[in-house]
Design a protein around this ligand. Structure first.
Ligand code: DAH
Length: 334
């Protein structure tokens, strides 16, 4: 008897059920009224009394085994079927949106500015954000008592009274990179110098404690103011389009002579206003001398523009703080 049950148990254990047909065949072979397990159950009565108990237990175990196997295979087939139905979902439906990152509007603006100057033959240079007094002020012809050195505008990192130790500042503009460039490279040179600058000002819709500038420097023999004006006009036209309204007016910077500023009209005819986007001028002879370039032989022009200003004009953003909040609802618009 136990030979019979062992054989049947093995058969059930080894049965492979991967299709609905195989599942039905399994049911018919073992669990249906004429199935082997049911047949065996019917035989319990005819077994000798002393073996009946053990035999009954074995047959019941086999029945359990067959039922469990059937149920598991049934469940598996049902879920497999669901998966294959999902694969035939309506493929004409629009897909889930793929969300990708994007460049910050300031980065996009900076890229645009760089593209313009690449086309005009400028290369890109960079300098440190932590500067010393010499590069940030002295070499740029700032007199010792100049108000820009005042605590109100400058973040001092080190204020020193020792003659052998310079003050250290978070650079207040990118102009010190001009000095670094001219110290390491001889003219002719033509570079833009983008970077982050810091000012100790109160934070408003118009000003922030840090912002970005792009400095420009062109030094060679016979560089003229006319070339500077041409370059700047080409720049605003390439950024804002041929129709852009701009004006150039005289100004003052210690490191240029003459100096000028450029404004761009922002808004419509009635409610618009002029917004300053850059300062510029012919490099002051004292600046050239500070880096051992002979002002009798060489001349140059320089400019410095605010990237935030240019981005705000370009996109119509009216509060500089939006550029630093990192609010996705704002950033996703660019
Ligand atoms: N450094 C000036 C500023 O931060 C901007 C500037 C003006 C840069 C004139 C220049 C320049 O190179 O020639 O306001």
């Amino acid at each position: 008897m136990s030979e019979l049950t062992d054989k049947l148990r093995k058969e059930i254990e080894d049965a492979v059920i991967t299709t609905k047909d195989e599942l039905e065949a399994f049911r018919l072979a073992y669990l249906s009224r004429k199935g082997q397990v049911t047949q065996l159950l019917g035989k319990i009565g005819s077994v000798a009394a002393e073996e009946r108990r053990a035999f009954g237990q074995q047959v019941n175990e086999i029945k359990q085994l067959a039922q469990t196997k059937f149920k598991e295979a049934e469940d598996q087939l049902a879920s497999g079927q669901q998966a294959s139905r999902a694969a035939t979902d309506d493929i004409t439906l629009p897909p889930y949106p793929i969300t990708t990152g994007r460049l910050h509007p300031l980065t996009q603006t900076l890229d645009r500015i760089k593209q313009v100057f690449y086309r005009l033959g400028f290369s890109v240079a960079e300098g440190p954000e932590l500067e010393d007094d010499f590069h940030n002020f002295t070499a740029l012809n700032f007199p010792p008592e100049h108000p820009a050195r005042d605590m109100q505008d400058t973040f001092f990192v080190r204020k020193s009274d020792r003659p052998d130790e310079q003050d250290l500042v978070l650079r207040t503009h990118t102009s010190p990179v001009q000095i670094r460039l001219m110290k390491t490279q001889k003219p002719p040179l033509r570079s833009i110098m983008p970077g982050r600058v810091y000012r100790n000002e109160s934070i408003t819709a118009k000003s922030y404690c840090l912002f970005h500038q792009v400095e420009g420097l062109y030094v060679d023999r016979h560089v003229s103011l006319a070339e500077l004006k041409d370059t700047l006009i080409m720049f605003v036209q390439m950024i804002y389009g041929e129709e852009v309204r701009y004006r150039i007016r005289p100004s003052y910077f210690p490191f240029t002579e003459p100096s000028l500023e450029m404004d761009v009209w922002w808004g419509d005819e009635k409610t618009g206003k002029w917004l300053e986007i850059l300062g510029a001028g012919m490099v002051h002879p004292n600046v050239l001398r500070a880096v051992n370039v002979d002002p009798e032989t060489y001349s140059g022009f320089a400019f410095g523009m605010g990237v935030e200003r240019i981005a705000m004009l370009f996109y119509g953003i009216d509060d500089i703080r939006l550029l630093y909040d990192n609010d996705l609802r704002f950033l996703q618009q660019f």
